[in-house]
Design a protein around this ligand. Structure first.
Ligand code: URA
Length: 277
């Protein structure tokens, strides 16, 4: 990557306008390895750059790819109206970089939400053509019966949808709890499917997207972190129809894994997980 002036670099990382970044540099709060950088015209190689702004460590990232364990009562919409927006859970720099959720979860749905400022990634992940399996655990009002599981697996007709939607995987976990995998991202899809099958969703949690599971990410409620290379590789998998393991997709071979890792390597930094804000 080519050298870049410091004010431009800070601007690209969400620290404000070029002018504001010049002010930040002049105030002496930006440093690299303990050395203050106060000349905004000074150039630097951004790739792999670790720097500090007012005591907080940052790593240069061309794009950010985040996983968040979304709490309840948080809205994913750009203009939240009744609850705080999801971006309020992240550092302000990410909002300045136009980080957006990949798809949406309802305000009362909890669990795994991806966010990024890479438009191509957001588009690819949300494209209906990709058919990325999304794994949910639903708490139901009525007991989970064999008939309910069968109906959801065979497909239910929703109002405004031309064709029945079916779960690619569905199983009872407990008397009032169901694991359900869907590949589309229709509005209130799981709740509407459960209602169409004669039950009612009391609580909904997304536990995995493709092969990326909340459990493996180790995020507590409200926590977020940058996705690592290998985790991004999992998301680049073509849709899997096998749900043999835990209701999620197939593993890649080591060869595929390292090839895909190379493809995405240029996009991400390799920094340690971070739970700032
Ligand atoms: N299905 C729903 O009904 N709600 C969500 O938030 C996600 C999937």
């Amino acid at each position: 990557m080519s050298l870049i002036a410091w004010d431009k670099l800070l601007h690209s990382q969400g620290f404000g306008t070029r002018k504001q970044c010049q002010g930040l540099l002049a105030s002496g709060v930006v440093s690299v390895g303990g050395e203050v950088v106060d000349n905004y015209c000074q150039t630097v190689e951004p790739q792999g750059l670790v720097f500090e702004v007012a005591g907080t460590v940052w790593e240069y990232r061309r794009h950010v790819y985040l996983a968040l364990n979304k709490p309840a009562n948080i809205e994913c919409s750009r203009k939240p109206s009744h609850h705080p927006g999801v971006l309020s859970l992240l550092p302000d720099q990410f909002r300045a970089r136009d980080v957006q959720p990949v798809g949406r979860l309802d305000h009362d749905t909890t669990g795994l939400l991806l966010l990024s400022d890479d438009g191509a990634f957001i588009h690819a992940q949300s494209s209906p053509k990709r058919q990325v399996p999304k794994v949910y655990v639903a708490v139901t009002h009525e007991p989970v019966t064999e008939a309910l599981v069968a109906m959801l697996s065979m497909g239910v007709k929703l109002h405004d949808e031309p064709f029945p939607l079916r779960a690619t995987h569905c199983r009872a976990i407990a008397e009032f709890e169901l694991e359900i995998v869907v590949e589309q991202g229709k509005y209130h899809q799981v709740k509407r499917m459960l209602a169409a099958a004669g039950n009612h969703c009391v609580a909904l949690r997304r536990v995995a997207i493709g092969d990326l599971s909340l459990q493996a990410l180790g995020l507590d409620n409200g926590q977020w972190r940058h996705l690592g290379e290998q985790e991004l590789v999992l998301l680049e998998l073509p849709a899997s129809v096998s749900h043999k393991c835990h209701g999620i997709g197939q593993r890649v071979t080591e060869q595929q894994d390292s090839r895909r890792a190379k493809q995405v390597r240029h996009r991400v930094g390799s920094g340690a997980p971070c739970f700032a804000k």
